[in-house]
Design a protein around this ligand. Structure first.
Ligand code: AMP
Length: 360
């Protein structure tokens, strides 16, 4: 069995080679670790900064075996890793963090909300459906307008549609691919917030201050953090984070997306069992950012306090927006984070900037 804390010089395996993996690898290397990445694409953002790269599908048995042999602990940078891959790794007796409970809760929107409610964490009202007839029943039960989403594999607003009339339910169900769905009541939110939090191997929980998020076309555009809040709102977020992390027996950083209602209550929209785009502000706004915090957690190191050093406006650079890098590089208050992706497709996350101001 692996002994924790992992000493510097150990290897951290990462499933997935995107920008989150790249920033995890950078943080890991600062602490003296090597990173081994398993990724399908031979030319990925994380693959190019990793000490070891395995190019294969995420469920390739030989590649998973090689990753297990190379790594002292394995983590992942996206939640659609096949659950069976984690089982394969665990059967090979390598530590995996976060564990399979978090992954399965995050992969299925019905299981996710059922878990949250079981922990006393509030969500919108919801109903599950697997056929067109059940979808019509679910819409009638929840009421219109409501949101129909595929239970699995939705991200950045994909795989979801509003339903305006009960009579439309079956057609929307078909348009979503006639796959199992969740029907959600609308959240009448005043703001979308998120809390990034971590739980260590010793059970300690650290939550960063709330971030305020703005989406466009389902994609995160802008984060303002620390968000303007009241102590009550921050305490509510901290309580939610502690319940979720403890309930999952979680190890690592999690992103929890929240709706703030007019009466001050917070509902959880979804949980992402990984470092999160709405936590990128911590790179320039906190003493220790979410990437280092995640590496500390999975390596069994003490978590760092979530101390804030600056006010940050984070803007995602999507597609060709990244071509403006010379302008951003010339702004004294702007920190530029680019992912090294070769091709700027529309909507693709190419990088982000953190505009930094002194704390208010
Ligand atoms: P999701 O893919 O579930 O994160 O949803 C993407 C975005 O759709 C969220 O950030 C919200 O802006 C919106 N949204 C999702 N679920 C609801 C809901 N139940 N009520 C209102 N808006 C929602």
């Amino acid at each position: 069995m692996t002994q924790f804390p992992l000493p510097p010089g150990s290897t951290i395996g990462v499933l997935g080679g995107g920008q989150l993996g790249r920033m995890l690898a950078e943080a890991a290397s600062r602490l003296g670790f090597d990173v081994a990445v398993l990724e399908r694409d031979a030319d990925s953002p994380a693959g190019r900064v990793a000490a070891k790269l395995l190019v294969a599908p995420y469920d390739d048995p030989a590649a998973l075996k090689a990753l297990a042999e190379a790594s002292d602990v394995v983590t992942y940078e996206f939640e659609n890793v096949p659950a069976a891959s984690l089982e394969t790794l665990m059967a090979l007796e390598v530590e995996v963090a976060p564990g399979p409970k978090a992954l399965s809760a995050a992969q299925d929107r019905v299981d996710e909300k059922t878990f949250l409610n079981s922990q006393g964490v509030a969500t919108v009202a919801f109903a599950a459906a697997a056929t067109a007839a059940e979808a019509a029943e679910a819409v009638a039960k929840i009421g219109v307008p409501c949101l129909m989403k595929t239970r699995r594999e939705g991200y950045d607003g994909k795989g979801q549609r509003w339903v305006e009339h009960v009579a439309d339910a079956a057609a929307v169900f078909e348009a979503l691919g006639a796959r199992p769905v969740i029907v959600e009541a609308p959240a009448d939110f005043v703001r979308e917030l998120s809390v990034i939090a971590a739980r260590g191997r010793d059970g300690a929980v650290v939550a960063y201050p709330l971030a305020e998020n703005h989406h466009e076309g389902g994609i995160l555009r802008r984060t303002l953090a620390p968000a303007a809040t009241t102590p009550q709102l921050s305490e509510q977020a901290d309580r939610i984070a502690a319940k979720v992390l403890t309930g999952l027996g979680y190890i690592g950083v999690i992103g929890i997306e929240l709706f703030e209602l007019a009466d001050g209550r917070l509902l959880v929209n979804e949980i992402a069992p990984r470092v999160h785009n709405t936590g990128h502000w911590t790179q320039d706004g906190c003493e220790v950012d979410q990437f280092e915090q995640h590496i500390r957690a999975v390596a069994g190191w003490p978590l760092a306090p979530a101390r804030t050093i600056a006010q940050v406006e984070m803007l995602n650079l999507l597609g060709e927006e990244v071509d403006a890098w010379p302008k951003f590089a010339a702004e004294p208050e702007t920190r530029l984070h680019l992912y090294g992706k070769r091709e700027a497709k529309p909507g693709r996350k190419m990088g982000h900037i953190n505009r930094v101001k002194p704390l208010r």
